[in-house]
Design a protein around this ligand. Structure first.
Ligand code: HEM
Length: 474
């Protein structure tokens, strides 16, 4: 990846392009000794003294077996001794931190920060989140040992680890990681046909033009600290797989009682949804597809409304090649249409492409096997999500607040939440299953399937910024 617009060797890796390593370990750290921590940061630029070297977005001939990246919270920047004038130049939402923004993110009730387990119950102690990507656990262990070789530098507050299920599937059984913003000069438009606008670099990096004419996100001071950096919402999102699958069954049973269900699933069309499926099982899959906007195998409803297995199979690279025409078969309320309305008319018109987020997520916890149901103490499972963009407020928070949790983008869904990830409650939650004629079946008593179990807003500094922080006080 070579670009005339940006020195990619100065940008931390996994931002402009994903690593696609099967394993990730996040080390959640508190600064023990500020001077040692600064020296450690400086050493990560070159890998001096056996400290792991930070991985940049510089092109590689051969994929490294491990990658190593650093995120800093506002408290972390402060603990490292960043000048107060510089601290004051960071955006408010980052300064306040994720827990203070709970209402905007739907972190209420069971998901409220007061319910988060350690170390997320003491957000001010969280200073640094180191992310190690690798194929093997032994490599994660080795890099962790190298990173934490000096016990005085950091206190290890907690560890969160995830691993990729075969084929990029996530809990709930969907194929994920298909749609990502692509950046001019970084991605080859021929390689992955996608009719969406290329995202300007300023969508994800500080210091470049974004979608808003005449508006640049403020680059924190000094410029060597802010330029080429970006912000990340690190989220630990527990998924209630059993609750989700049970709801699909309830919804299918309900739909079977409705006159007009044949319009949704013409008799005999069950085999189009899956070989050997009963009517109820086929309806379950239709509801799952409408909630996401994609069939569980990743095929978009907008392209293939009647079957996840079209007669002419859709190649992997074509799975993102669609827009939302006026009569698209993708429900307005579905997860992917809410989080990226593409070309669809929305209430906040200039916002269509301005909230594109780079998503780097990986499942954690054991896959759910219906043949071996969980015991009484069900293990926690979910997604370790990273939602990256140049403005947490105008992108991630705006998406969570008015698109995911209110549905402001389209009056037909306003007042409802995202069916998959929204802060739903059975008393108020609903989702409209859409028929070809435009009629809808309203599913009610929609519970919350995804709960927040921790997280932090981090700044992902450029390589120059890491060097700069390492030199503070010298
Ligand atoms: C456990 C939680 C989540 C699950 C299981 C989940 C699942 C999915 C799936 C299956 C897709 C479709 C695959 C693709 O298009 O790449 C998707 C897309 C997407 N999700 Fe999520 N997601 C979760 C949380 C979130 C959150 C918290 C956000 C942001 C607030 C988000 C934003 C997006 C975006 C922007 C897309 C791409 C839409 C597009 O470009 O068409 N997701 N997600």
């Amino acid at each position: 990846m070579v670009s005339a617009m940006v020195d990619v060797a100065d940008v931390q890796g996994n931002i402009l392009q994903g690593y696609r390593h099967p394993r990730v370990r996040h080390l959640i750290l508190s600064v023990g000794d500020a001077a040692e921590a600064r020296a450690w940061l400086g050493a990560t630029v070159s890998g001096a003294g056996g400290v792991p070297q930070v991985t940049s977005q510089a092109p590689w001939d051969e994929k490294p077996s491990t990658c190593f990246n650093i995120g800093l919270t506002f408290e972390g920047l402060r603990a490292l001794g960043t000048a107060s004038q510089s601290l004051a130049s960071f955006p408010t939402e980052f300064v306040e931190g994720m827990t203070a923004r709970a209402l905007k993110l739907g972190d209420i009730g069971d998901s409220a920060p007061e319910r988060w387990p350690a170390p997320f119950d003491k957000p001010r102690d969280i200073h640094v989140i180191v992310s190690v990507h690798a194929k093997e656990v032994a490599d994660l262990d080795r890099v962790q040992r190298q990173a934490l070789q000096n016990a005085r530098t950091f206190r290890l507050l907690g560890v969160r680890e995830g691993f990729n299920f075969h084929g990029d599937y996530v809990h709930f059984g969907y194929h994920d990681n298909i749609s990502q913003p692509r950046f001019a000069e970084i991605h080859d438009p021929e390689d992955y046909p996608d009719p969406q606008e290329m995202a300007p670099l300023g969508t994800v990096l500080l210091g470049y033009p974004n979608n808003f004419e005449g508006l640049l996100w403020h680059v924190p001071d000094p410029v060597e600290l802010g330029h080429n950096g970006t912000f990340n919402a690190f989220r630990i999102l527990a998924q209630d797989v059993v609750g989700f699958e049970n709801y699909l069954t309830e919804a299918a049973k309900y739909l079977l009682t409705q006159a007009g269900v044949d319009e949704l699933l013409p008799p005999g069309a069950e085999t189009k949804i899956g070989a050997g499926l009963s009517r109820e099982a086929a309806l379950r899959e239709i509801v799952a597809a409408q909630m996401c906007g994609r069939w569980r195998n990743g095929v978009p409803l907008a392209v293939s409304p009647d079957t996840p297995d079209p007669a002419t199979p859709i190649p992997e690279k074509q799975l993102n090649n669609f827009d939302y025409a006026a009569n698209s078969s993708c429900p307005y309320s579905s997860h992917i249409r809410r989080t990226n309305p593409r070309d669809a008319q929305i209430v906040q018109r200039v916002a269509n492409n301005s909230r594109r987020l780079v998503r780097r997520g990986i499942p954690y916890g054991p896959p759910y096997d219906p043949a071996k149901p969980d015991g009484v103490e069900a293990p926690e499972r979910g997604l370790l999500g990273n939602f990256i963009g140049a403005s947490l407020g105008a992108q991630f928070e705006a998406m969570c607040t008015d698109w995911v949790n209110v549905g402001l983008q389209d009056p037909r869904v306003t007042g409802s939440n995202d069916p998959l990830i929204g802060a739903n409650a059975p008393e108020t939650g609903w989702f409209d299953v859409v028929l070809k004629s435009g009629r809808t079946f309203r599913l009610r008593s929609l519970p919350r399937f995804v709960r927040s179990r921790g997280g932090a807003y981090t700044f992902l500094p450029s390589v120059s910024a890491i060097r700069y922080l390492g030199s503070l006080g010298k």
